[in-house]
Design a protein around this ligand. Structure first.
Ligand code: ATP
Length: 363
């Protein structure tokens, strides 16, 4: 196993790319640590599968290199890279039994029969198919076939990495949770590098130690789930992670003050002079409802009770703004203001987070 390094990588499906939008992947340099459990998260079309297929060797990048440690793998096949990949839809041999499907990658590598049998039994247990080992794959449900695909992806212990491309799409919701837990377990036990592509934040945050967020062909942030929640580096990360996502309001920033809808809000830090599109980002968890004159003018549209808390949906000027109100905390009937907690407010310039300037830290 080895660190996987993507060096100055970019990719276009067009023969002669010229404009920015011709590139499915914009230039990036990224390191995947050996043994890491990663999620590659982003909305449809942002380039996740393209990136995964470049790592596995199914696709050759237009520019840049793929390194495993210090070995250049850019021109090598998936087989030569020793990588297992599980796709969104089942890839199984219909005429073979479940057992032979699971054993196939091991027999292919010449593993002794007793080791094949032991490993197949272990994986069959993991995917809940021990009783079905002698069944032919043909005639099984899509769900069962996808479990076989997952099992085949996980059966070899000597791979450099296991790549999963939205592998649970066809699996029923209850089994989804169980399989994800087992993948995490498997990661703990065997320490493979795992990269799990998804557009579902719950899947990403429950599976991964590190989440790599993509937007429009770029990696906009890579970090722990907590880091993505606490300090989203890009407005897309703020909006995409969290339920509901981060609130964003157009703001004029002057030093340690944000001006929104004619109201001056003190910030915890100073930001100097910012030119461009400036916004204040604050998560619904860090807004408080108020009455009277203090804070930002707020109009409530509706209140959703989601069990352990309520989500208040409304707006400040033209911006949709949501507030999470913890259980037991009253919502005043005449609430007409929101008050941000300055410690958890972030400033964005042209969608990228601005690091506070220490020199201008507010008193
Ligand atoms: N074989 C291809 N030929 C041409 N364009 C492609 C090809 N595959 C992907 N693209 C384009 O490249 C961009 C990135 O697609 P990609 O499939 O990598 O995104 P994704 O994030 O995996 O999306 P999804 O979640 O929908 O699979 C998209 O604009 C897509 O239309």
């Amino acid at each position: 196993m080895a660190q996987i390094i993507l060096e100055n990588l970019s990719h276009s499906y067009l023969p002669n790319p010229s404009k920015d939008e011709d590139w499915a992947l914009k230039p990036m340099t990224l390191t995947w640590e050996d043994g890491g459990a990663y999620a590659l998260l982003g909305s449809s079309g942002c380039g996740k599968s393209t990136l995964l297929n470049i790592i596995s060797g199914l696709l050759r990048p237009s520019r840049g290199r793929v390194l495993f440690g210090d070995r250049d793998m850019t021109g090598l096949s998936t087989m030569e890279r020793n990588i297992a990949q599980v796709f969104q839809f089942p890839v199984v041999y219909d005429t073979m039994s479940v057992r032979d499907n699971l054993a196939f990658p091991l027999r292919n590598r010449g593993l002794p029969q007793d080791q094949v049998a032991a490993r197949v039994a272990e994986v069959a247990e993991m995917i809940g198919m021990r009783d079905m080992l002698d069944r032919r794959a043909r005639g099984l449900t899509a769900d069962a076939k996808q479990k076989i695909s997952l099992g085949r992806g996980m059966v070899r212990q000597d791979v450099n990495a296991i790549l999963f491309d939205e592998p649970l799409t066809v699996i029923d919701p209850h089994m989804k949770w169980e399989l994800r837990t087992q993948l995490k377990d498997l990661h703990r036990r065997f320490g493979h590098t795992m990269i799990y592509v998804t557009h579902d934040q719950t899947e990403a945050l429950t599976f991964a130690d590190q989440v790599v967020v993509m937007y429009d062909g770029r990696v906009v942030q890579a970090g722990t789930p907590q880091a993505l929640f606490d300090a989203p580096e890009h407005t897309f990360v703020g909006y995409f992670i969290g339920s509901p996502g981060m609130n964003l309001m157009d703001a004029r920033i002057e030093g340690a003050t944000a001006h929104i809808e004619g109201v001056q809000l003190p910030l915890a830090h100073g930001y100097g002079a910012l030119e461009g599109k400036t916004q204040l980002g604050i998560r619904p968890e860090f807004l408080r409802l108020g009455t009277g004159q203090e804070g930002l003018p707020y109009t409530i549209r509706r209140i959703e009770d989601v069990g352990h808390h309520r989500i208040v949906r409304g707006h400040v000027g033209k911006a949709d703004v949501n507030v999470i109100v913890p259980e037991g905390q009253p919502i005043p009937a005449d609430a007409n203001r929101v008050l941000p907690d300055p410690v958890h407010a972030h400033v964005y310039l042209d969608d990228w987070r601005v690091a506070p300037s220490n020199l201008e830290r507010a008193a």
